[in-house]
Design a protein. Sequence first.
Length: 318
Amino acid sequence: MKKAASILALALCLAAPALALDATSAQASSEEFAATLGDTRSAADRGDAAAQFNLGMMYAKGSGVARDEAQAIAWFRKAADQGHAPAQFFLGLAYADGRGSVTRDDTQAAAWCRKAADQGYAPAQDYLGFMYARGRGVAQDLAQALIWLRRAADQGLATAQHRLAGMYVNGRGARRDYAQALKWNRKAADQGFAPAQYDLGLMYRRGEGVTRDYAQTLIWYHKSADQGYALAQNNIGVMYEHGLGVRQDYVQAMTWYRKAADQGLANAQNALGDMYRDGHGAAKDDAEALSWYRKAAEQGDAQAKSNMEKLLASQKSR
């Protein structure tokens, strides 16, 4: 699991239903925007919790004001202290990541997320489930993780549906259940969530909870890969290289490996090294092969390190 995303990144991409600035106001003139900002600040200064949250979002996103995490968090706190659920959640994220004016404190993060989750705020329920699953800020409790993820998933939150699927795939908090995993991955995938689309493709490839179907695998991999998801791009490369569900095509394999390799995925970098070493999809090129092996090896990929050492040794013996 990656490190918690920054408050700014999450402010840009997570649900915030109380946010007043919609697409129309975002396109307003500078004079209108200034008036909106002034109205929001006036309402926030009067103690209006929704306005305080919206002002915090403006500072977090740099909308009409200079981006300022400390100010964002200060306004989130004012709203959170009044029981505003999205503000409580974003304040929890700030503590989870140690951003702005706060020091990382997982206990505080869990406490604020719990306040928002108890009000039914789905992103907070999802993140609280993640915290229980990882034992961050709370004692690890997989049963509690499953409960909170299910509450968020039932509200249609794709990230929670995907996490819930992962719990069922791995038998965490419940017995392993591929049918449930397939169900929840599909719900998230149908919303366009790239990691779930990839995992759904993986389940079709492995025949987990469904009959193995390479055609379906490719459909879902492509949906994910077309959004730039590196794991899906890499696995499309694998299918073209080995002719799984498609005619074997080394050129296509290289194309997809390169997309993932350029994003830093070590498996794809190693695979691209193999293609150059063997002259598959491009002219044989030991220098290119070594370059890609080295990139992967620098990330700790043991296979790439071994491949690089073998290729260097073979060059010396020629």
